[in-house]
Write a protein that binds this ligand. Sequence first.
Ligand SMILES: [Zn+2]
Length: 100
Amino acid sequence: MALPGREPTMAHVASISVECADCGRNRWWRPDQLKRFGVTRNTPLAALSGRIVCSACRADGLPGATVTIQAAFIDERQRVRSEAQMLSDREVPLEGARRA
Ligand SMILES: [Zn+2]
């Protein structure tokens, strides 16, 4: 649980979403998959941006640093899931579906 005055760290996180603005890829990582970025359980969430890059862009020789990072917290996982369920009940137009 993220306590007031305590910075949330990777220990509170169930998974991390990384969406790349350059190539449009979006994928979820488990915390243990982020070790190669130097991310451990003690890494504050605020330190994630700048560490995590898009591996697909990196493979193409691009910086891959234009990523949006979202965290799914362990304690909120249930709530996030139920919200996602509610959202999928509605017709939600997908942003970014248009591609040049
Ligand atoms: Zn990318």
